[in-house]
Design a protein around this ligand. Structure first.
Ligand code: CS2
Length: 493
């Protein structure tokens, strides 16, 4: 391992094949505060910003914030915020050093530092990738969970917030009090209609603090919706070692991704924005059709592959895709059950998009773990699979593969894999789900009905739809009886 670290002072030591910022990195001004600075942001939005900084738009550098752990700050601070982006496909990979992230704050260590950064006039966008659970909402209704313990805490001590809604509202309040125009709130998470949902959550939190502040948020703050897409698996030590070798310098936290990247943004910013379109983003009037297409086709298939693939013993998405029945199941899910529910945006090529998705899922150089995608199912099922289920039920259309995917999640939640090993459940509702699963045991009918009763996931309607409940229960019974590999094989014929 190299002992010298990637940083501004070692940039000129990089080998010539490694792309790097060709602008005055330290001279850029912060225009975006990003909440939730994980691997996804660094492989996606920060790259678009990096391109715009390189093109001379100097006012839009990113100040990142972690809402939980100090790890990203600890890795990037000694590197002056620089990190490497590895882009992988097949045998090829390229490395590029990104300079867009000019600092990282850790909210729980010092919420005041973050709030004061968010309140500065130069900050005109606050963007977010806090994952579905970071919005503290009820995923089935898309509304703020007012009884969420972190929300209760933030409402009781609103000047020292720890949640995303609490931070946004306190910073907006301070700006208003100081006569500074509000920033645009830009959600880059995989929620359907993310701008609209987050706008409602933030407005409700503000209203609970003060009805007048609530009206201000509704009337004055812009929440454009976005569709974000790039597959970014968690960084591994092998990624670190390969960057080390390519750079001749140590990078504590590179990110690895695929060549594909897409960002569709509703062009509704209240305080200006970088010319993201010149970095490849699509600025449109209505993002929702793009979002539905991506969430239902890509993420819906991903979650299906994650649960069923994990149960069948596949470590990564591409491993599962290399088994023909899994490829056929996903193709069938997309063609037969998801596509008919979509309003394909004008100019989009649905067939090309699906073919490209199958290729992306098969990218073996990425090693995207099924277990990683299987996290937070309670938050992911509603936008990825259950909206499609509702549309299909409404039109009386078959839902067999969708029901199998939901049953795959239930089988996963049961807590033991097919050879009896425990499955760790990473989910904000893990305790409740695990208690329900433990009480039901391996009885498919009891387990299905217990889990279907969780209103935050299935709403008030789905548990009463016999077509849905019986299809899920049937698939779950088969999963217990025959195992995922056989059930997928049969379902894909
Ligand atoms: C994945 C997504 O982990 C997951 O749940 O489905 O992170 C997916 O890779 C991205 O949304 C792709 O844009």
């Amino acid at each position: 391992m190299n002992s010298a670290r990637l940083s501004l002072s070692t940039l000129d030591r990089l080998p010539s094949g490694v792309a790097r910022p060709r602008y005055d990195v330290a001279g850029q001004k912060i225009g975006i505060v990003h909440l939730g600075i994980g691997a996804f942001h660094r492989a996606h939005q920060a790259v678009y910003v990096d391109d715009r900084l390189a093109a001379g738009e100097r006012d839009w550098a990113v100040l990142g914030a972690s809402l939980r752990s100090p790890d990203t700050r600890d890795a990037l601070a000694p590197q002056d915020g620089l990190y490497s982006l590895i882009v992988r496909s097949g045998e090829e990979s390229t490395v590029r050093v990104i300079g867009a992230v000019r600092g990282v704050l850790v909210a729980p260590e010092n919420p005041e530092a973050l709030l004061s950064a968010m309140s500065r006039e130069g900050v005109r966008i606050v963007s977010l990738t806090v994952t579905e659970k970071g919005y503290c909402h009820d995923p089935a209704r898309g509304a703020l969970r007012e009884d969420h313990p972190d929300i209760v805490r933030d409402l009781a001590d609103p000047g020292r917030p720890l949640t995303a809604p609490g931070l946004l509202v306190e910073a907006l309040r301070r700006r208003r009090a100081a006569g500074i125009a509000p920033f645009t709130v830009l959600s880059c998470d995989n929620l359907s209609a993310n701008g609209r949902i987050v706008g409602g959550i933030v407005a409700r939190f503000a209203e609970l603090r003060d009805p007048d502040l609530g009206r201000f948020v509704v009337g004055e703050v812009a929440f454009p919706s976005t569709m974000v897409d790039r597959i970014v698996p968690a960084t591994t030590d092998a990624d670190r070692a390969s960057v080390d070798e390519r750079l001749g310098l140590a990078d504590a936290w590179p990110v690895a991704t695929e060549p594909f990247s897409q960002w569709v943004i509703e062009d509704a910013f209240s305080a200006g924005r970088p010319r993201f379109e010149e970095a490849g983003a699509e600025l449109v009037a209505d993002v929702e059709p793009y979002e539905a297409m991506k969430l239902r086709l890509l993420n819906g298939s991903h979650s299906t592959l994650a649960y069923l693939g994990y149960l069948a013993g596949f470590e990564t998405v591409s491993d599962a895709m290399s088994a023909p029945p899994f490829g056929r199941l996903v193709r069938g899910l997309m063609d037969e059950e998801v596509s008919p529910t979509l309003h394909v945006p004008g100019g989009a090529d649905l067939e090309g998009y699906k073919a490209q998705l199958l290729d992306r899922f098969s990218n073996a150089a990425l090693r995207h773990r099924t277990f990683q995608i299987a996290t937070d199912g309670s938050q992911k099922l509603p936008p990825r699979l259950l909206g499609t289920v509702r549309d299909r039920l409404r039109s009386g259309a078959p839902i067999e593969r969708l029901a199998l995917a939901v049953a795959g999640w239930m089988r996963f939640v049961s807590g033991r894999d097919e050879v009896g090993r425990p499955i760790e459940l990473n989910d904000p509702m893990a305790r409740r789900l695990r208690a329900l699963a433990d009480a039901a045991g391996a009885d498919a009918s009891r387990l299905a009905s217990a889990l279907l009763g969780v209103g935050e996931i299935f709403g008030a309607d789905l548990p009463h739809d016999r077509r849905f409940t019986s299809a899920v229960e049937r698939s779950l019974a088969e999963l217990f009886e025959k195992g995922a590999a056989r059930v997928v094989d049969e379902a894909s014929r």
